[in-house]
Design a protein around this ligand. Sequence first.
Ligand SMILES: [Zn+2]
Length: 387
Amino acid sequence: MSREWRIKVLLIIITAAVTTAAGVQLFRHRHYRMPIVLGPGVTRTARLSDYSPGLRGGMADTHVFFLEGREPGGKLLMMANTHSNEPASLLAALIFLENAVVERGTLIVIPQFNNSGGRNTRPGDGYPLYFTIPTSWGGKRFRMGNRDASPLDQWPDPDVYIHYPDKQLLSYLDIRNTNRTWPGRPGGALMERVTYAAMELMRREKVDIAVDIHGAETMFPVTNCIVAPEKSIRIATMTSLTLKAREGFDNHVEPSPTGFRGLSHREIGDFSDTLPFLLEAPIPFLDQPTGPKTERLLLDGKDPFLLRLSKKNKLFVPYDESGWPMARRVGQHCSAVLELMKQFGRRFSDRTFKVTGVPRYAEVVKNGVGFYYQDPARIEPKKIVYN
Ligand SMILES: [Zn+2]
């Protein structure tokens, strides 16, 4: 073998080894099964494909959990992991699933709304593949996902994404973003089928309130807020004012723009009787000018570059050496959902809620997020769903 060929063969072997090592990690990430513990409030489980059969059998299908009270009342749908790289939403949804006891009304929880996005990652940004929440019984490990669905599940992307039904031209990437594909359609791109299924769920189950839970950069003006269209804005405003007065954290109201299509807080309201709300809590991990995208930054939100920018008034939220710990973000989401139910019940007295067992902001900050998760090893198997 000539010297040139020996070098070629060596390079092929090195490339194959690196590709295989990385591929195995990504394969394991995509197929990692996270235990979801079903608490005392869960009365039945369904799949999103029950509302749109075009999802059945694929990676975009996901679990829907019902927590139905004995007394009829309001109906609230909670959607987490619309963007799977904003995991405070998932952590808050799991607190509700494991702890909520519903006496009046119904909670419907979809903890992993963009199920395919939860199995995607961003190697170019060096995302961690997992993160762990400490608990008294050890660590609870979660898959860290991405904003968009995996190209393994929906591909190829168009040059330009034409929104249905508005025909607005959006970025090609947004066709895999479940917060740009509302209200969706049954035979459209996979993510359009996901949002269509959720619309069908809201219409068939007669959902009163839909809460889509997110996280946003500290340098982005739409952060630490409740986004609401005209029909929801009164309840959002009362919720925001009450949270500020009683619990001391800011959650200002942002009006949903009318001319920007595909977003949950716009299309759900326009295409159903449901009142939509979108919650944003700050997530420093997603800001561009930070240090490495580590698991630690994801969990404590502490970053020296953001601290310097904060001193120059470049951030849209208060920021100091304490960062933005996960417990604050998750606690805000828990309180905001509970308060939305209360304020809705004040406006519509025939559709109230009585939900106990879910901690509010101060309790989550004091006890930590992991305090509210049980050890799956000590739970009877029929009370656990793996995803
Ligand atoms: Zn988001």
